[in-house]
Structure formats: structure tokens, C-alpha cells
Design a protein around this ligand. Sequence first.
Ligand code: NAD
Ligand code: WQD
Length: 345
Amino acid sequence: MNILLTGGLGYIGSHTAVVLQGAGHRVFLLDNLSNSRLDVAERIGRITGTAPVVEVADVLDTIRVRMMLRHHRIQAVIHFAGLKAVGESVAQPLAYFHHNVAGTISLLRAMADEGVRQLVFSSSATVYGQPQRLPLAEDHPTRATNPYGRTKLHIEAMLQDLAASDPAWRIAILRYFNPVGAHDSGLIGEDPNGIPNNLMPYIARVAAGQLPHLNIWGDDYPTADGTGVRDYLHVMDLAEGHRAALDHLGRTHQSCDIFNLGTGQGTSVLQMVRAFEQASGRPIPYRIAARRPGDVAACWADPTKAQQVLGWRATRTVHDMCASAWGFAVRAGGQRSCQEDLAHK
Ligand code: NAD
Ligand code: WQD
């Protein structure tokens, strides 16, 4: 199939491009480079043997998206493009509604006009808000607690309305839990600008000696060791989930469906610190700090529906997640210091 990946140069999009190319699909990436770099396409090429076609463009540019769908005879779209930082969404809600909600409307208009009606959408476990029960199944009530989460809920509702209006649509909404790790080559991974907000990239920077210590946000939660528990999911398992979702769209009669993508296992912050120390052979100094506002104590998926309907399950371990994240950090750190050397010359 010819598949368009919006936000395809980003963290999850780039790994999904690798998996889809490996499965024989032709992938086309559209990205505005707001949180990624063009050289990711060349790295995908080094892994798979073929660098994907990239167009530097914005999903808000409906005409440009239409041209891309038509020109490359796209049959399905995976929509990753969007903004994703919870704190930033509180400070700049309009930017989030613009890029995420208006961006999706623009994409859907282009798809409708060009007769492309297969879509996989990147949603998030954040739509469940404070869990009322664990594990979280798809029918758990939703309640966003910040503007970012609200954009995901608005988009989910729009997609359901659209599918109800025209049963020709085939839409899979994927609610990701906590994606971490990297491709085993170390060529692609998650490398946020500035000081990371998320646990895994922060730990990797501490292990690499680029940050002095990790702040653990609270050790007084009602969890086994008092630290927050999450369902961490290897990004390559997640990427394979997209392939399974696309295959499913080709055979389903349902116009819109929702799937959790997680492992079903919870891991605490302290367990993650220990696993990373083991995988990297480096100490991770940490300090216990106050709880981070808005954090929930524990959150993990019931992934049964994805197993039964998509035939997908996560297979990689927490050790695999840490080892691959460390492999990427070592390579990315080397590249960063190389660039700094060149900048000084
Ligand atoms: P990312 O920032 O690495 O990738 C997003 C990509 O989209 C970037 O390359 C960015 O340049 C591009 N982009 C942003 N706005 C755009 C626009 N208007 N037009 C074109 N390109 C645009 O993020 P990611 O972690 O790969 O996340 C991908 C999707 O998955 C996002 O929608 C995110 O909300 C969702 N998600 C991510 C996580 C996570 O923890 N990483 C969890 C749940 C859901
Ligand atoms: C994990 C655990 C922290 C950093 C976020 C978004 C969510 C989704 C995934 C997009 C928590 C603790 C973290 C640190 C710490 N993104 N922690 N010290 O908050 O579960 O989810 O990313 O959809 O919407 O909210 O992930 O990695 O930030 O935190 O102690 O420096 O690590 O308190 O228990 P989170 P995270």
C-alpha cells in the first residue's frame, strides 16, 4: 500500500515508517519539522535500504495535503502530526487547538476530497484522566485534565461523527500508553530539545552524565514502592501496532473503532531507574521531590481488545526498552558533541 504518515519524521512516526517499509509498504512522510529533523529520513533509509519520500509541509495546508494524496496515490493515512507537551498545552491552549484539532480537520477535508478514507489516529491514554479502575479498558470513562488531552478527545469525537456520517470511512483510534525506547540500530529514537519532561529521555541524559540527577516526582503514592506506575511500551512494539491496525482496516466492516496499545504491565519510576542502571551499566543518581501537579498514581492498559481484534501484542521487555534507549542516547550524544566540535571550529 501507499501510506502517508503525517508527522512521519517524529519519534513514533519514524519507527512506524521503518516497520511499514519492512513489511513492503511504500511510505510518504509529511512533516513541518517543528519537532524533528530532515536527516531522520536518511536514517530510516540506512535502516531499511530505502529513504522515504518526505515533503516538508504543514497538515494545516489542505491544498498541499490534497496534492500529496493525489500525486502519490495514497491509500491510507496515519496521523501522527501534532503538539504533545502537556505543560505547554496549559500555557498555549490555542496553539494546541490549532495544530491538533484544526490540523486534523484540514487533513480530513483533504482525505474526503481525494476519496482516501482509511485513517489511523494517534490518541493517548491521557484521555482516561484519573483512573476509576485498573487496568484501563477502552470503555473506561474519558475525562481530559489538560488542553492537550482535550484536543485528543475532541478529535476522537470528530472521527466518530465523521464515520457515522459516511460508512465508507475506516478509522482506527489508537490510545498509546507510555512509548519509550528506540530502534536497535541506535539511528532513530526520542531526542527532545532542551531538558526532557518525560521520564525515559531524562534518565538517559542522567546516565550519559548530561544532567546531574533525576528528580523523582513523589514517593508517597499508594503504589508498591510509593513512586508513580505507568505502562511503558517499546516504540517498536507500538510501531508494529500501527501495521496491525492498517491490516485490520483492510478487512473490517466497522467504520470507526478504538484500541488501547499498551503492555498491560505497570512499572514504577524506581523500577525503571534500576532497569536503566542495569541496561546501561551507569549509575542514575536521584532525589525524591514533590509530586508533579496533574500526575496520577498509576495507569496501565487492558490490551485485550488489540490482542483479540488486531492480533497484536507487545513482546519487548522493560530491559529491551532501556537497552535500546541507551543505545540511541550513546549515538545521539556522540553526534551532539561532534556538532558542538564543528560549531567551535
Ligand atoms: P513527535 O513530536 O516526535 O512527532 C510529531 C511530528 O509531527 C514532529 O515530527 C513534528 O515536527 C510534526 N508536526 C507537528 N505539528 C505539525 C503540523 N501542523 N504539520 C506537520 N507536521 C507537524 O511526537 P511523537 O511522540 O512521535 O507523537 C506522535 C503522535 O502520538 C502525536 O499526535 C502525539 O500526541 C501522540 N502520542 C504520543 C505519545 C508519546 O508519549 N510520545 C503518547 C500518546 C500519544
Ligand atoms: C512517567 C512517570 C512521573 C519525569 C506523559 C503525558 C501523556 C503521554 C505520555 C502523550 C510519572 C515520573 C517523570 C521526571 C519523574 N503523552 N517522572 N521524574 O506523565 O505518564 O505521560 O507522556 O500523549 O499524555 O502526560 O509520562 O514520562 O512524564 O512520567 O519522576 O523527571 O515518571 O511523575 O510517574 P506521563 P512521564
